[in-house]
Design a protein around this ligand. Structure first.
Ligand SMILES: C[S@@+](CC[C@H](N)C(=O)[O-])C[C@H]1O[C@@H](n2cnc3c(N)ncnc32)[C@H](O)[C@@H]1O
Ligand SMILES: [Zn+2]
Length: 276
């Protein structure tokens, strides 16, 4: 039996859970997570970690993360919820069946992604096995204010590295390329993207006439940022960059160029190189 105070807390948790579910159904990307996590914390505080109420919120949270492509977090939520639901509802309950189906779809997707990543690494290793890539992947020194080099990156194929110290808030290199409409660029869209958005209509395609700035990789904790002035764009330092450090930008790609999983490895990595 719950005391009156506990009953009130429980009703609050249910309201939070239901509000999260409504916002999730309405396609709101951000607020459901906070609401589900608050509901979960209240339920755990009231009933302990292995209660069916906790499992129900975990289950919804799993669905929510899955819809956002946050597969690891979705898996963790489902895997915590499954044994509780099996124990409390029995192994033949259709809600357990639904959870198993969702989890199996998720694992399939995760497995496809791992295989894709493994293929990409193998393809990049083949491409970089000899030095032929160096003929095209280079820096136009006239466009750069600091010494830079191109070399193998821990994030993706090759990237751009500082070859001397770069102080904070300095323009490092101009981002050049062909100025095209985004619509035209999308029709050209390949699996690797050398792109800087100018506005909603125009962008610079660095794969044509690029200065080498187009070779910078993405990181969710960047040390560089684009700086726009009168229709021109530079890569500028956000902090001091030491020699040997890779120059990294937050691409913040719109979703219309496809969702690309991020492997920057930063503690606050948001999972994709696209904006949230
Ligand atoms: C402008 S290129 C950067 C240079 C690229 N490393 C190369 O070797 O051609 C952009 C492409 O690199 C890949 N890339 C860059 N940063 C990434 C990251 N953090 N995670 C995953 N892929 C990344 C993506 O395929 C993206 O479309
Ligand atoms: Zn990242």
């Amino acid at each position: 039996m719950l005391t009156t105070a506990q009953q009130k807390t429980y009703e609050r948790a249910v309201r939070l859970h239901n509000r999260a579910a409504r916002r999730q159904a309405a396609g709101e990307p951000k607020s459901p997570e906070k609401l589900y996590l608050s509901a979960l914390a209240l339920k755990e505080q009231l009933f302990g970690p292995d209660h069916i109420e906790v499992a129900m919120t975990l289950n919804n949270l799993g669905l929510y993360y899955k819809s956002l492509g946050r597969l690891g977090e979705a898996r963790a939520a489902y895997q915590r919820s499954l044994p509780i639901m099996e124990k409390e509802l029995g192994g033949t309950d259709t809600r357990v069946g639904d959870l198993l189906y969702n989890l199996s779809q998720l694992l399939k997707k995760e497995s496809e992604e791992l295989e894709h990543r493994s293929d990409m690494i193998a393809e990049a290793a083949r491409e970089m096995a000899d030095d032929s890539w160096k003929a095209t992947a280079k820096i136009n020194k006239e466009m750069a204010a600091f010494a830079l080099s191109v070399g193998p990156s821990r994030i993706h194929r090759f990237g751009v590295f500082a070859a001397e110290p770069i102080p904070a808030a300095k323009r490092i290199i101009e981002y050049t390329g062909e100025r095209v409409s985004r619509r035209f660029w999308l029709s050209r869209c390949e699996h690797r993207t050398y792109l800087c958005n100018l506005d909603a209509y125009w962008c610079i395609d660095g794969s044509v006439g690029g200065s080498g700035a187009e070779l910078l990789n993405h990181c969710c904790e960047p040390n560089c940022a684009f700086q726009h002035e009168n229709g021109r764009v530079w890569v500028a330092s956000l902090r001091r960059i030491e020699p040997g450090e890779e120059l990294l930008l937050d691409y913040n790609f719109r979703k219309d160029c496809g969702i690309v999983r991020c492997y920057c490895g930063a503690p606050s990595c948001r999972g994709t190189i696209n904006r949230r």
